[in-house]
Design a protein around this ligand. Structure first.
Ligand SMILES: N[C@@H](CCC(=O)N[C@@H](CS)C(=O)NCC(=O)O)C(=O)O
Length: 302
């Protein structure tokens, strides 16, 4: 997959991700500037997003761009399958990079003058004027899009406590929980993570029996951050990550909630179920050695 040390790209995987207990741990993001700081004015047309359709963290950024109507922020979509060069681009077509014309994401990171060290992740928010990264942390990108541009209030003052609580629970046990289940290397670590996924989904389902959204009738950042995991659940996580006690579509309240969000203006355009399958079932020595992509399930989001 590759990683970078002081601006120089290295092939191979860094080995710090799986703990001796078999648990899987996500490394943290390193570039955390903020639109609104002196160097990064709030002018949408100045920014570009490097994403991949299948990446749920990148999906958060795409969702917020859509909800805030930030079409002026341009986007490059990587190919769904990572290679030994990491995320890569075609020379032309839907998986090309219209901005810099790079062939791989590590070329974007290499262009940044900061001499980045770390994993080569999407999303990346890129400043076209200064030719440098603003951020590679999706939570920050969501928060800054919401805060720095006109549009719906996604993190209203009155709800910050509730949103923070949901975010903390949902990040650990759902967004990252499915990865902890899917990437676990022992039975015990897998079961712990997978049971946690369903404990939280059950809790949210009960909450949604009485509430339209996570914070009663107000759509917030917490909903933005839950949705990418729900969109991938039945076509990818249920099978590929063995999160299979239930499907999303089995839930009485969570499923209608997910569909309600899907049908909000602009949201369906950020969703690509076909690409989720390709990405999560791409050939992987441990998880899918033959790279065969299942034909189902077909889920009706109508
Ligand atoms: N903390 C980052 C995590 C992003 C992330 O893990 N992205 C994955 C794709 S889903 C990635 O690009 N991984 C490449 C790698 O780790 O080499 C964020 O939320 O922005």
């Amino acid at each position: 997959m590759g990683y970078m040390v002081e601006g120089v790209y290295h092939e191979g995987d860094d080995v710090t991700k799986t703990l001796p207990s078999g648990e899987w741990k996500r490394s943290s993001s390193a570039v955390r500037h903020w639109i609104g700081e002196d160097e990064f004015p709030a002018v949408a047309a100045r920014y570009h997003l490097y994403v991949a359709w299948n990446c749920p963290w990148a999906h958060r950024a795409l969702l917020t761009r859509a909800i805030m109507g930030l079409d002026e922020i341009t986007v490059s979509y990587a190919r769904p399958n990572r290679t030994d060069q990491g995320w890569v681009y075609d020379a032309e077509g839907p998986f090309s990079d219209p901005l810099l014309g790079v062939q791989s994401l590590h070329e974007v990171y290499s262009r940044d003058p900061m001499k980045y060290t770390g994993r080569l992740t999407v999303p990346v928010l890129w400043d076209k004027a200064q030719e440098r990264m603003v951020s590679n942390e999706s939570a920050d990108i969501v928060r800054m899009f919401g805060a720095c541009f006109d549009g719906p209030e996604l993190y209203p003052d009155a709800l910050t406590g509730q949103i923070d609580d949901w975010n903390a629970l949902i990040y650990e046990t759902v967004n990252n929980g499915v990865y902890r289940a899917g990437f676990a290397s022992t039975q015990e670590a897998y079961e712990k993570a997978a049971y946690e996924v369903f404990a939280t989904l059950d809790k949210i389902d009960a909450h949604l029996a009485e509430n339209q959204f996570l914070c009663s009738d107000t759509f917030t950042e917490a909903d933005v951050r839950l949705f990418p995991t729900l969109a991938r659940f039945d076509v990818a996580y249920h099978y590929a990550f063995r999160c299979n006690l239930k499907k999303l579509s089995d839930y009485a309240h969570l499923w209608p909630y997910a569909k309600r969000i899907y049908h909000m203006p602009g949201i369906a355009d950020t969703v690509r179920f076909d690409i989720y399958k390709k990405g999560y079932f791409s050939a992987s020595e441990k998880r899918n050695p033959l790279g065969i992509i299942p034909i189902g399930p077909t889920v009706d989001w109508g």
